[in-house]
Design a protein around this ligand. Sequence first.
Ligand code: KIV
Length: 278
Amino acid sequence: MSVASFMGMKAENRKIVMVTSYDYPTAAIADAVGVDSILVGDSYGMVILGYENTIPVTVEELLPVCRAVRRGATHPLLIGDMPFMSFQVSPEEAVRTAGRFVKEGGVEAVKIEGGSEASKTVQSISRIGIPVLGHIGVTPQTATLHGGYRIQGRNADSRDKLVADAKSLEEAGVFGIVLEMITEEVARVITETVSVPTIGIGSGRFCDGQVLVLHDIIGLYPNFAPKFAKRYTDVAAMIRQALQNFAADVRNGVFPEEQHVFRMEEDRRAKLDSKRKI
Ligand code: KIV
C-alpha cells in the first residue's frame, strides 16, 4: 500500500482499515488479513509497557518496535507515531526525528498529534518527502496534561475549530487525518470538507476509514475498554485458560507427555528392536 493508493481510496469510496501493531507476530497476521495500514502507535507505552499514559514513550522505545512490525508486515502502509516531545520543540528537530523513523524504523510515514499549531511542523516534514498523517480531536499526548479525554465537537465553536484545524493540516500537506473522539456530525463535516482521507477512532460512521488499537479488538488490554471500541474476541480469557491448564498439567505430572520428550540414541534403538521382535 502506497501513500498514493491510501489517498486514492477516498476517491474510490473504499473504506480504509488501519490497526495498531507492536510486534512481529501480530504484524504478520495483520499483513495476511490484508489490512490497509498499520500504525505503530505511542499507545504502545500504555498497552505493552504498562505506562499510565503515552507521555513517557520515547523514540528509542518505538524504533525497535517499528522494525519488528516492518519485518512482519510488508504490504500495509506502515506509519510510526512520533511520541510526545519528539516534534514540538522545533520543525528542525521534528524533521530529524521523522527521518529516524523512516531510516531506522523502516516506516513509510509518520503521525503527529495537533491541529493548526502543528501545521508548520507538518509542512517541514512533508516538504522533505516524508508523508505525514495528522491527528486531531482528542490528542492523548496533550489531553493527559489537561486532565483527561473529553469528546470534541459538541458545540459550534468546537466544530469550527476542528474544521479549521483539519483544513490547516490539509494545506500543510498531510496525506490523511486521524479524528479521535469527535462527535459523528462534526467528523462527517470534516470528512466532507477535506480532500484527504479521515480515519476515525471514536468518531462515528462517516469517516473514510477506521483505526482501533489491536489490543482493544482482541480483548488484551486489562485496564479499560473504550466505549467506541468493539471487542471481537477475548484473548485475555484464552491466555488465562491456557495458563491454568498448563499449570495444572505440570502440577499433576501430566505434562510433558511421551510425545514431548527427547530420547538417547540407544534408548530409541532398543525400542525399535523390541518392536521388531514382536
Ligand atoms: O497511539 C495510537 O494508538 C493512536 C491511535 C489510537 C490513533 O494514536
